[in-house]
Design a protein around this ligand. Structure first.
Ligand code: HEM
Length: 462
């Protein structure tokens, strides 16, 4: 413990560079080495910034504490509020929207999802019997983003293809901002933030322009719905989609609608819903044990119905275990940034952090711990959680793929349902290769784990 009781700072040679090189070249190995030497709480110097890494036995203290802010941590990594023109503490509003609009109507959404999914998969494959997929991530991202955006937008908006392009283009620009080189952080982390905003603006300020355009495009749809609500009264059947949720939000005055606010929140939802679901969906594709999963599909849906109910999807226990295992082994190694608020933060072991400290969670210390997993944690075992009463959406101190505590992912039930439906459809329709004894390799790039290998899809004859 250092004099002021702060967590130990991992030694480094060069002041400016700190641990950046080790972090970028192999974040998993680097963090594991630090953990072995310093324990489950330590501070590293990456991109000119001190970052405290918190692992097992202590991570939950961050998730439940009111002294650590998830929204402020997120904001430091991605200045989404300034890119899109949002209020600063927008994550809580989005979480509420997910709970109220998505989760209350999850059956309706998953029904739409399947209809659109089948269409998008067919679009992707056309008449091909065999298709080489060079990037599983791009492949899943393409299908999931089009499908998600389409179900969130609603019926009328689906007829305006321009909206879809706007949403997907803006998501792409936001995603790309994560890969802008972090060199200015060596002078001050705030300069990197300015660089991100400057780069986005210099490239035509696509997000802001797109939001103005989206606001114009949704205006007639919103006005039409409000007019119908007024004129038809109780006989008005309001569509079940995100747009309705936003129109009915307490922030919206129906006689003076803030169309831009609605547009930005549609964008935000598409961004949060699509990015992680697509990345994890792609990680599932590089799994193994397809034949067992196919067997389960034949039991759950023997007639090969196009639309499966949520009840049937919940019966896919093997698939759930497979998804949980994929989630356990994937994702960003150092993730779930939190910022310490003005009160400072004290760990139960006596370490403390001053206001403004940045914290990230060491997921591997939990997900690869021998005592927390059934069997060898280093191996991919799709059946690891099968019949263990350990569903993929149930978070806890031993499994944090969706976070934990105050900001636990409100979209996790929806995300897992969608991944199950995507996988079910692909497994039923295609043989996915290579089907080997081990999981194909991921590429770790700048701290991100990306499925990085080619797959071959062969259409099943029946
Ligand atoms: C496999 C897919 C997904 C993964 C792995 C994932 C993971 C996460 C994680 C790790 C957090 C941070 C939790 C924390 O720090 O405690 C989070 C927050 C959040 N997620 Fe997800 N997520 C996924 C899909 C979704 C979807 C589909 C939606 C929306 C429909 C969504 C909406 C949100 C929101 C709004 C928050 C912020 C919650 C808050 O501030 O209270 N996520 N997610």
């Amino acid at each position: 413990m250092s004099e002021d009781n702060e967590p130990p700072l991992v030694k480094y040679k060069y002041p400016l560079i700190g641990h950046t090189w080790d972090y970028l070249s192999n974040v998993g190995d680097f963090i594991a080495k630090c953990r072995a030497q310093y324990g489950n709480i330590f501070t590293i110097n990456v991109h000119g910034r001190m970052l405290t890494i918190v692992g097992k036995e202590y991570a939950h203290e961050i998730f439940v504490s009111k002294d650590c802010s998830f929204a402020r941590g997120f904001d430091e990594i991605t200045p989404l509020n300034e890119i899109l023109g949002l209020e600063r503490n927008f994550t809580s509003a989005t979480a509420e929207l997910v709970r109220k609009t998505l989760m209350d109507n999850v059956d309706v959404y998953t029904h739409h999802f399947q209809n659109v999914l089948h269409e998008k998969v067919e679009e992707e494959f056309g008449n091909l019997e065999t298709k080489n997929v060079d990037s599983p991530l791009d492949f899943v991202q393409d299908i999931v983003s089009k499908t998600m955006a389409s179900i969130l937008l609603g019926e009328e908006a689906r007829r305006v293809p321009e909206m879809m392009s706007i949403l997907l283009e803006t998501s792409r620009v936001i995603g790309e901002s994560w890969f802008i080189p972090n060199t200015l952080s060596y002078i001050h982390p705030y300069l990197h933030r300015l660089r991100v905003l400057w780069t986005v603006r210099r490239a035509g300020d696509i997000p802001q322009k797109n939001m103005a355009l989206l606001a114009q495009l949704i205006k007639p749809i919103v006005d039409d719905r409000i007019r119908k609500e007024k004129t038809l009264g109780s006989s008005w059947k309001e569509p079940v989609d995100l747009l309705s949720g936003l129109i009915n939000n307490k922030r919206i005055d129906k006689s003076n609608v803030d169309y831009r606010w609605i547009a930005v929140h549609i964008q935000l939802m598409v961004f949060v819903a699509v990015h992680s679901t697509a990345a994890f969906g792609a990680n599932c594709l590089i799994g193994i044990n397809w034949e067992e999963l196919l067997e389960e599909q034949l039991e759950v849906n023997p007639e090969n119905k196009k639309i499966i109910t949520n009840e049937e999807t919940n019966k896919m226990e093997r698939m759930d275990s497979f998804i949980k295992e994929s989630l356990r082994m994937s994702g960003v190694v150092v993730d779930m940034y939190h910022k310490v608020l003005e009160s400072g933060f004290q760990f139960s072991n006596g370490y403390s952090l001053p206001p403004g400290s940045m914290i990230a969670i060491d997921k591997n210390s939990i997900h690869f711990d021998q005592t927390y997993t059934f069997g060898n944690p280093l191996e991919f075992d799709g059946n690891r959680y099968f019949q263990k009463d350990s569903p993929s959406t149930k978070v806890g101190k031993t499994y944090i793929a969706f976070g934990l505590g105050r900001h636990v992912c409100p979209g996790r039930f929806f995300a897992v349902l969608e991944i199950k439906l995507l996988m079910a459809h692909l497994i039923r329709s295609f043989v996915i290769k290579p089907v080997g004894k081990t999981r194909i390799k991921n590429l770790t790039f700048a701290g991100f784990i990306i499925p990085f290998d080619k797959l071959v899809f062969e259409r099943r004859t029946k």
